[in-house]
Design a protein. Structure first.
Length: 268
């Protein structure tokens, strides 16, 4: 469990990206989100961003020297991750300020820039792990997994809050069902490649299949898919309870999946 800070950081950072892009996109396309609700959601991203940054430093041997991580920007994906993610959270602060000022035009502009920086930050985060020394990580599946987590958790987080506030009825089920289906395909391809790969990759697959967290992840994944598919098919299921439960179940599923990502990695 020594990688727990990284698990929390990566999950939260990806959730924030997906949620921020969702809020920005809905705000651009639909009127009706009140200043109070916009501030609530945007401030929640700031709080989660702050928590994620603090937690990430717990993984460092000398947390107070974390600022040095940006010094190798030209050659290190870790430095790029720190730089771009810090900028992402900082830009969310400006975006939140424009919610406070009720300036929708400036929110739209700053939201576009913030979204691009956030995507680069998550891309940089994924590239840190795509290294030949760990066959299970060195592939496009890692990149897919990080961005799919964003699309799974972020929109549901925003939709649940909007439903609780009763302001904008956003049917996020179709996107969630499609993303879950893509995730299932990526997972199948990932494990197939592990089983056909180097001995270290095969060992990672064996460790994963023998871990109770893997089977809990499958059950929670299937449960979330069922709930969201029913919501997609029947508008009566598009409500606070469904979105909230689906989000909570998927959060558990993604958390366990990311924990296995770290715990079952085998070096060459």
């Amino acid at each position: 469990m020594h990688d727990l800070p990284l698990v929390i950081f990566t999950i939260l950072s990806q959730l924030i990206l997906g949620g921020f892009v969702t809020l920005w996109w809905i705000d651009r396309k639909k009127a009706g989100i009140s200043r109070k609700t916009g501030l609530l959601i945007s401030n929640s991203f700031l709080i989660l961003g702050g928590v994620s940054l603090l937690v990430s430093m717990l993984h460092l041997g000398q947390p107070f020297f974390a600022y040095r991580a940006i010094l190798n920007f030209g050659v290190s994906w870790l430095s790029r991750e720190v730089t771009f993610y810090g900028a992402f959270v900082g830009l969310i602060l400006f975006y939140t300020w424009f919610w406070y000022k009720e300036d929708r035009a400036k929110r739209s502009t700053i939201g576009w820039i913030t979204s691009i920086i956030g995507v680069i930050a998550i891309f940089s985060s994924a590239k840190i792990y795509m290294i030949p020394a760990i066959p299970a990580w060195d592939g496009v599946s890692t990149l897919f997994a990080f961005f799919l987590t964003s699309v799974l958790l972020g929109p549901l987080f925003v939709a649940a809050i909007l439903a609780i506030r009763g302001e904008v009825n956003v049917n996020i089920s179709g996107l969630s069902v499609l993303t879950l289906a893509v995730t299932a395909v990526v997972m199948a391809g990932y494990f197939s490649s592990l089983l056909a790969g180097l001995p270290e990759a095969v060992e990672t697959a064996r460790l994963t299949f023998n871990h109770i967290f893997f089977w809990i992840r499958l059950v929670t994944f299937a449960a979330a898919f069922t709930l969201l598919f029913l919501s997609y098919k029947n508008s009566k299921w598009q409500n606070v309870k469904i979105y909230s439960v689906a989000f909570a179940v998927l959060l558990v599923s993604e958390f366990l999946g990311r924990l296995l990502f770290y715990e079952t990695a085998i070096h060459l």
